[in-house]
Design a protein around this ligand. Structure first.
Ligand code: OZZ
Ligand code: MG
Length: 214
């Protein structure tokens, strides 16, 4: 019977990556997606920009919207300080099941809380459920039409503080025009565009980094 793309990504990790070595997990997925089968991971080129932002922010609390197979989850968590926590939201149970195994292979399960469900349902519950005050860093990489409503929801729920960083994938391809328009014109944010390429391709894409000003 036919396997799914996430199942094939997990198989590539289990075949080519070393248990407990997050960078080898990242490399195994990039090799597979560049040479065997494209998949919507943030990828190696934009991943370097992600790494530099994570390192600069050195966050104690991170929210990721859109786990998929856990590529960026592992990439971010591998750079976090020891007591830092990353919460990642995943809607599709099949993707979540794969991501849990990728995260476990990387040896990062103790840093990561994978929550299954819709961002719109879970964002209002994160404070009470996980004892979170605010997020130092939010990585947006889920459904592109959810970036704007979820950003407004995070504001309303008091999950952002002065200096919180939002980092959004795919602001060019597939594109998030309503989010970009809002975030670039709002007096409550200072934004910066990091030009790059769509993962594993020559097409333009980029990351938008925005600081919440309070
Ligand atoms: O569509 C894209 N991403 C959508 C991601 C969606 C992921 O977020 C989850 N989610 C989690 C929580 C939710 O509330 C909703 C969905 C979904 O279950 C899925 O796992 C995309 C597409 C391209 N592309 O080239 O076409 C490139 C990219 O880098 C992309 O990120
Ligand atoms: Mg993406």
């Amino acid at each position: 019977t036919q396997t799914t793309r996430p199942q094939r990504i997990l198989a590539a990790v289990q075949k080519n990556a070393t248990r407990g070595d997050p960078r080898s997990v990242v490399k195994a997925i990039d090799q597979f997606c560049r040479h065997k089968e494209w998949a919507m991971n943030v990828g190696d080129e934009k991943g370097c920009i992600l790494d530099s932002v994570v390192t600069e922010v050195n966050p104690a609390t991170v929210l990721e919207l859109g786990t998929y197979c856990g590529y960026s989850t592992v990439r971010i968590a591998s750079l976090l300080p020891s007591h830092a926590k990353l919460i990642t939201l995943e809607f599709d149970p099949g993707n979540a099941a794969i991501a849990r195994q990728v995260i476990a292979w990387a040896g990062l399960a103790d840093k990561i809380q994978l929550v299954e469900g819709a961002s719109g349902d879970w964002i209002p519950k994160l404070k009470e459920k996980f004892g979170i005050e605010t997020f130092d860093l939010v990585f947006l990489d889920h459904w592109k039409d959810r970036y704007l409503p979820d950003t407004k929801l995070m504001e309303e729920c008091g999950l952002l503080r002065k200096g919180s960083i939002l980092l959004a994938d795919n602001v060019i391809c597939p594109g998030t025009p309503d989010y970009l328009e809002y975030i670039r014109n709002s007096p409550r944010y200072k934004s910066q565009y990091f030009k790059s390429h769509l993962e594993y391709t020559k097409a333009e894409d980029g990351l938008e980094k925005s600081v919440f000003l309070g």
